[in-house]
Design a protein around this ligand. Structure first.
Ligand code: HEC
Length: 133
């Protein structure tokens, strides 16, 4: 049931991408940038649920759905946190699938997220955090 949901999201994301020419041209990270591969991986694997303008994933079609992940323009993430989220499926482990990318790819995405997330960050403590960062 959950798998069907996830496949649905990926299908929706794929549709969204093809509608705008695979989206890659909107990457804010140039090919010579060491974070380019992380940005591409993010755009292809994470954009269905997360907004992050550096990856050109502004506004996904399913905004407002329960599966929608946090807008990463508005959250600072450290490399360790991003890698933890990738390996564990977010921090709650409830909705985000685990290990969408693994190994070097996971590290590349985490590096990219750590560098580019939080460009519009306000004080937005994560669930369970008592004080603002
Ligand atoms: C099926 C939708 C979905 C996909 C795909 C997805 N995420 Fe998430 N993600 C979520 C949801 C929902 C949360 C918030 C709930 C939680 O933390 O468990 C989250 C949380 C996160 C967080 C923690 C944010 C915070 O500060 O609370 C990070 C970082 C993150 N995701 C990164 C990624 C990366 C990188 C990818 C691609 C490898 C990805 N996500 C793919 C849904 C998704």
């Amino acid at each position: 049931m959950r798998l069907a949901l996830i496949i649905g999201i990926f299908a929706a994301a794929a549709l969204g991408l093809s509608a705008c020419g695979f989206g890659e041209e909107k990457l804010a990270v140039s090919e010579s940038d060491p974070n380019h591969s992380g940005a591409v991986l993010f755009a292809t694997h994470c954009s269905g649920c997360h907004t992050l303008s550096a990856a050109g994933t502004q506004g996904s079609g399913n905004r407002g759905e329960r599966t929608q992940g946090p807008n990463l323009n508005q959250r600072e993430e450290s490399f360790d946190d991003a890698l933890f989220a990738i390996q564990n499926g977010g921090f709650s482990g409830a909705i985000m699938p685990q290990n969408i990318v693994v190994g070097e790819e996971a590290k590349a995405v985490a590096k990219f997220v750590a560098k580019y997330a939080g460009s519009e960050a306000e004080q937005s403590p994560r669930p369970g955090e008592t004080k603002a960062p």
